[in-house]
Design a protein around this ligand. Structure first.
Ligand code: DLL
Length: 451
């Protein structure tokens, strides 16, 4: 660990530079990254001490000035921040700058309860834009691309976040936003869109609308998709890549950490590089809150390093992932996290057995007859729980041969049982019959009465 005094400033080299292949930063070694993180952590603590929320909290933990942080190990002295803390601080308890310096506000996507608010200064938005630009360039995206942004614009960060990132790269942006599949397909064909930004569930859906909109794959110039904002399995990615004949790159982020542009896959698709010059990444045991080593799955915790208006210290995301141990052939040194395997708050307990919805998706999406949409429903059946898995299957399966459908149902049931231990009820549905979501999909309907 480096003492605070010796880091002085070689760090100009690691300033955000409004570029998007920032070799100094993207290939930074541990010996340079750690002092940089320490310097930026001290700045962040200094900013946090200006907020009413953190001032009390840090004082109680014995941190009265940034000089109380001497090494990166001192991060452990800082208490975690939770979503409830952010709600408690609503609307401005976490604002660290003058409100005159704030030029935009985003809130979390939840539709109920008090939202969480993130304030941004001009510098915050510039830095966020650079992270997004850096992320998408890592997938081979360039100024020659035509980018159709199919995520919603507004308080949700998916729309504006990628919009500015793609503009900074110099690509042509089509800011259509979410929904209206017919128009999406028409623009995609007419403007020769090469790259789309889309939720994985909507990516599966738009393909099912090609035929009725007279679109053939050959009419399109589509090369890649950035998919994120909701959990999805590796088998779902493969399905998207197969049916749309593109490369799909996983993109992870959350409004509390700006939004997209926190962790992104590069061309190698071996986990998502997390920009460690802008965030300190920790994986902790969700129960004991003890830090876990690389390779062990736990809850992702982030500390912002460059954010001025809303610094956040050790924010518990509730998202579960692990950090890959090996290095990436792309030369970027920023550590990669796995895809999100679940959330600490989306675990389902069905007849006493714990499972995550992602396990169901992983199984059904590898079965070739299964189409592009599914839903999980939980009901009470007397004292027991009943798990119903509703899956759309391709229309070619509806031949009138009941035996064939029964066999398929049995096969899905068996594969699910082997993975989640529970005996589900499986329902087969026609394509287009289950609810479709243009934004984040709601896959699990829990109708059990909560006691
Ligand atoms: O969903 C930001 C975003 C927009 C990320 C567009 C990627 C693309 P929130 O609305 O605050 O922000 O929701 C954040 O969504 O904590 C995860 O649970 C989930 N999530 C986001 N990306 C992924 C992903 C945006 N790639 C919450 N895989 C996070 C799994 C994801 N879950």
């Amino acid at each position: 660990m480096f003492a605070a005094g010796i880091i002085n400033f070689r760090h100009n080299k690691y300033k955000m530079q409004n570029t998007f292949w920032n070799e100094n930063i993207e290939t930074i070694g541990k010996e340079q990254l750690q002092p940089l993180q320490l310097k930026l952590l001290k700045d962040t603590v200094s900013a946090a001490l200006k907020t009413s929320f953190y001032k009390n909290r840090l004082y109680r933990s014995g941190i009265k000035s940034p000089d109380d942080i001497k090494t990166l190990g001192d991060l452990n002295k800082i208490p975690f921040t939770t979503k409830d803390d952010l709600r408690e601080a609503y609307p401005s308890g976490l604002l660290s700058t003058s409100s005159d310096d704030v030029i935009r506000i985003h809130t979390s996507s939840g539709t109920t309860g008090t939202p969480t608010v993130i304030y941004h200064t001009k510098e915050d938005l510039d830095n966020w834009t650079e992270l997004v630009a850096r992320s998408i360039v890592a997938t081979g995206f360039s100024r020659s691309d035509i980018f159709q942004n199919m995520m919603s614009y507004g308080l949700f960060t998916g729309g504006l976040g990628l919009h500015y990132g793609a503009e900074r790269v110099g690509a042509t942006v089509i800011p259509i936003g979410a929904g209206n599949t017919k128009r999406q397909l028409q623009l995609m064909r007419d403007f020769k869109t090469t790259t789309i930004h889309i939720t994985p569930s909507y990516a599966l859906h738009i393909h099912s609308k090609f035929k009725e909109n007279n679109i053939k794959r050959g009419d399109l110039c589509l090369k890649r998709a950035f998919i994120g904002a909701e959990p999805h399995s590796e088998n779902t990615r493969k399905k998207i890549e197969e049916i749309l004949e593109i490369d799909a790159y996983n993109s992870y982020g959350l409004s509390e950490m700006n939004g997209p542009g926190v962790s992104f896959e590069c061309i190698y698709k071996r986990g998502m590089h997390t920009w460690e010059d802008s965030y300190i990444l920790e994986i902790v045991d969700p129960v004991t809150q003890e830090p876990l080593c690389e390779g062990k799955e736990g809850e992702i915790v982030f500390t912002t390093l460059r954010r001025k208006a809303t610094p956040l210290l050790r924010y518990r995301t509730r998202d579960l992932a692990f950090v890959y141990k090996d290095s990436c052939p792309c030369r970027r040194t920023h550590r990669r996290i796995s895809r999100i395997t679940g959330r600490t708050d989306d675990m389902l307990i069905v007849n006493g057995v714990n499972m995550f919805p992602s396990q169901i998706e992983e199984v059904i999406m590898r079965i070739p007859e299964v189409g592009t949409n599914y839903q999980v429903q939980l009901e009470k059946d007397g004292a027991l729980d009943r798990l119903i898995v509703k899956v759309e299957i391709y229309s070619k399966m509806f031949t009138g041969n009941v035996k064939e459908l029964d066999n398929l149902k049995e096969k899905i049931k068996e594969e699910l049982r082997a993975s989640i231990i529970i005996h589900p009820v499986v329902e087969l549905h026609e394509p287009g019959s289950l609810p479709v979501f243009e934004g984040k999909a709601k896959r699990v309907i829990d109708l059990r009465v909560k006691i």
